[in-house]
Design a protein around this ligand. Structure first.
Ligand code: TXA
Ligand code: MG
Length: 337
């Protein structure tokens, strides 16, 4: 880390003729001062981009649903893919997920490092539902990067952090890539130099009785198999349920969903959005899409009760975060096999 004297505020990107605004990202070297500032940003529910050994992450407080919704908004993701939660050490990771023998073995061998473990989520973890997109599992990782670890300690929060690129683009491995990608969607970027690994973490699902490779990455599969003393199957079509990007099995309520409802029919629960007198629960009375995203999974779950015949959902705008909310609702409403 650089000394505090070298701390400088730089406004980037600056192009001749373009006005400098407070909305432009600030790239700061990692110093005790920038860490205090970044920690404060995280605890206030705002986003900080930070380096890890794999790629730069776009971090937000994983226990704050609005912060997590803001991550999806900044990335422009059309879907709520579950996010990886970053922790400073194994002990804090154990507070969030259930570690079976496989998880313990891999954590002992690879953490800190480029391995993400999908484990059963502890009910008392205090994580936002949106972090794992309503799934009963959570992806955990302890990064091997002094700057990332220092931020985790300064923030004193688990950090939800996808790669800091816009949806569908390649992952950034320098602070400047992040600034180019996310522009004014992120106000603070911690610069830890180029990432040493340069590709994303390997993801292994150890939530069941057999391990499954969900994504190849920085930790070689051979080393993982050697540590476990067994072969690790690669997620295929048959595993679509658990594989990233194919998560059709996200929590779907048992009750049928009726979309674009103006009001509830007899026996239905009404999931409101915006002003609604008769809503059983309201995703956001003020019509705020971040608030609605943060409440979505918990409210669907809460309304999924036998006293109702169906869940009627009021219309939600199909712009910005509303796209991902509607995608989720459409899939939950689709006829099931
Ligand atoms: O190296 C990395 O892993 C980087 C750095 C920033 O840590 N992060 C990263 O995050 O690549 P992201 O969001 O770009 O990729 C996360 C992947 C997604 O493909 C997602 O579907 C999968 O992890 N994932 C997260 N939680 C999951 C869960 N509970 N079950 C299955 N897959 C999960
Ligand atoms: Mg990514």
């Amino acid at each position: 880390m650089t000394g505090s004297r070298q701390q400088v505020w730089r406004l980037l990107p600056f192009r001749p003729g373009s006005a400098i605004t407070s909305a432009m990202p600030r790239i700061l070297p990692i110093t005790s001062e920038s860490l205090v500032l970044a920690g404060r940003e995280i605890r206030a529910g705002r986003l900080v981009a930070f380096p890890t050994e794999t790629v730069y992450g776009l971090g937000g407080d994983a226990s704050n649903g609005i912060a997590v919704a803001t991550i999806f908004e900044a990335k422009g993701r059309p879907r709520f893919n579950p996010l990886i939660v970053h922790l400073p050490d194994r002990a804090t990771a154990r507070e969030l997920g259930e570690f079976n023998d496989m998880a313990e073995t891999l954590a002992a061998r690879f953490w800190p490092g480029p391995l993400t473990l999908v484990v059963a989520r502890r009910p008392d973890a205090g994580l936002a539902d949106l972090v794992s997109a309503g799934l009963g599992t959570v992806a955990l990782r302890v990064p091997a990067h002094d700057g990332a670890r220092a931020l985790l300690l300064a923030a004193d929060r688990p950090l939800a952090a996808p790669s800091a690129n816009r949806s569908g683009r390649v992952s950034p491995t320098t602070a400047q890539h992040v600034a180019d990608e996310l522009g004014d969607a992120v106000t603070l970027i911690l610069d830890g130099g180029p990432c040493t690994v340069g590709i994303e973490s390997t993801i292994i699902d150890v939530s069941g009785s057999t391990p499954l490779l969900l994504r190849p990455g920085g930790a070689p599969l051979e080393d993982i198999e050697a540590a476990l003393g067994r072969t690790v199957p690669i997620a295929g079509v048959a595993d679509a349920i658990r594989a990233p990007g194919m998560l059709e099995s996200h929590y779907a309520p048992g009750l049928p969903l009726r979309l674009e409802a103006r009001e509830a029919a007899a026996g239905e629960a009404l999931l409101g959005f915006g002003p609604a007198r008769d809503a059983t629960l309201n995703l956001s009375e003020s019509g705020d899409l971040r608030e609605a995203a943060a409440n979505l999974f918990a409210y669907l779950r809460a309304l999924d009760r036998p006293e109702f015949s169906a869940i009627a959902v009021m219309p939600i705008p199909k712009t910005g975060l509303g796209r991902a909310i509607n995608d989720r609702l459409r899939r939950a409403a689709a006829p099931r096999a």
